[in-house]
Design a protein. Structure first.
Length: 379
């Protein structure tokens, strides 16, 4: 069963906003966490308990975070200059031009200007002790994405359930990631890693190299654990921090294959959800007829064209506005396939936002080459 994670609050906010970066900020704050988008029955309920206990992980609530951010987002819609200036300053310091870095810039703005955390460190490098190494000297062990000192009130505003610790403030190690994964059959999944449920490895990145399970394994066993190492503790102590909480802000999108919506039972909830968007879907270029068949079943009308907007990075976060969609040209099956084949993407994969002519049904679509997932991985 596809988990239609609740996004009603976010969709209502996005309907108010038109500025691209402000909409992306709202998405970064209020979109469901990636783990919450998984099919409800796909994972054992307590699979992450050992990781969460060992790392003192707390759950930050996107719903509560968005609720707190709405007045600020409305202010930015009228005057986005503070956000744009912050993004520009961040880009000057962190010069890598990647979707994940843009995502981190937006999270930094949210924590710094909306939550207004007491202190905030970003990308703190952790080095090995030179005395324990050979002649090569110190090595980089990794970086802590963000360290934030939050008051008890701030934490209890963001955390669900509320925390019970007595400290007036806490230092939170926050790891960030924006990831996009396509579901494949179990016999095409990546090899599972110790301690991680096999279904997590049926979600593969557009570049075919990484998986959801692999990413979570690294987050739990390396990135979040890094702040527990003696080297990180020493580096943090010198700056006046003692980490007692950790959390993931892992957002993105899970794409189900078009065939997941082939049965009448899977279509009925979508028909009742008209105007609210479809689950994110993917297909191979040779399977685009299934997309047009889907829209025909949803609208009960002959569908020969759909509105299709190609979304290059960094336009992978918030969906386009309704005004943008109304101005989006229609595509036949042949035209959409040609656009996918001729556009550059991750190993030939391209992301589109597709809608019926009347915009009553719309959603994300990843189109991949016909041999996607069946090629030898690149090194």
């Amino acid at each position: 069963m596809i988990n239609l994670a609740s996004t009603e609050d976010l969709q209502g906010v996005l309907q108010e906003l038109t500025h691209p970066q402000v909409r992306d900020l709202a998405w970064v704050i209020g979109s469901p966490k990636l783990l919450d988008q998984l099919p409800l029955e796909s994972l054992p309920a307590s699979w992450a308990k050992d990781f969460e206990s060992a790392l003192c992980i707390v759950e930050l609530s996107p719903r509560e975070a968005l609720k707190e951010a709405i007045p600020h987002l409305r202010s930015l819609e009228l005057n986005p200059v503070p956000l744009l200036n912050s993004l520009e300053r961040s880009a000057q310091v962190f010069t890598r031009v990647r979707l994940g870095v843009y995502y981190e810039h937006l999270v930094y703005y949210w924590l710094n200007h909306i939550i207004q955390v007491d202190e905030l460190l970003r990308e703190l490098q952790v080095y090995s002790d030179p005395a324990k190494n050979d002649s090569k000297g110190r090595r980089t062990l990794g970086a802590l994405d963000m360290i934030a000192r939050l008051s008890k009130a701030q934490l209890n505003t963001l955390c669900r359930p509320h925390l019970t610790q007595s400290e007036s403030s806490s230092s939170l190690h926050l790891e960030l990631a924006s990831k996009f994964y396509l579901q494949v059959p179990s016999d095409e999944s990546h090899e599972p890693l110790d301690g991680m449920p096999q279904p997590l490895f049926t979600w593969i990145g557009p570049n075919e190299r990484d998986s959801f399970g692999g990413k979570l394994h690294r987050l739990y066993t390396h990135q979040l654990s890094l702040s527990k190492t003696p080297e990180a503790i020493s580096a943090l102590r010198s700056r006046g921090y003692h980490i007692n909480l950790r959390s993931l802000w892992l957002k993105g999108r899970l794409f189900f294959h078009l065939s997941a919506l082939s049965s009448p039972d899977s279509l009925e909830p979508l028909k009742n959800n008209s105007g609210r968007g479809l689950p994110a879907l993917w297909c191979r270029q040779g399977e685009l007829d299934q997309l047009f068949n889907l829209y025909q079943k949803l609208t009960s009308a002959s569908v020969s064209e759909v509105r299709a907007s190609l979304r290059p990075k960094p336009q992978w976060l918030a969906p386009p506005t309704l005004a943008e969609l109304r101005a989006t040209p229609t595509h036949t099956q042949a035209l959409l396939k040609e656009g996918a084949m001729n556009s550059r993407g991750e190993r030939g994969s391209t992301l589109w936002y597709v809608a019926s002519a009347d915009l009553s049904f719309r959603g994300w679509l990843m189109i991949v080459p016909d041999d996607w997932g069946r090629r030898e991985p690149t090194r």
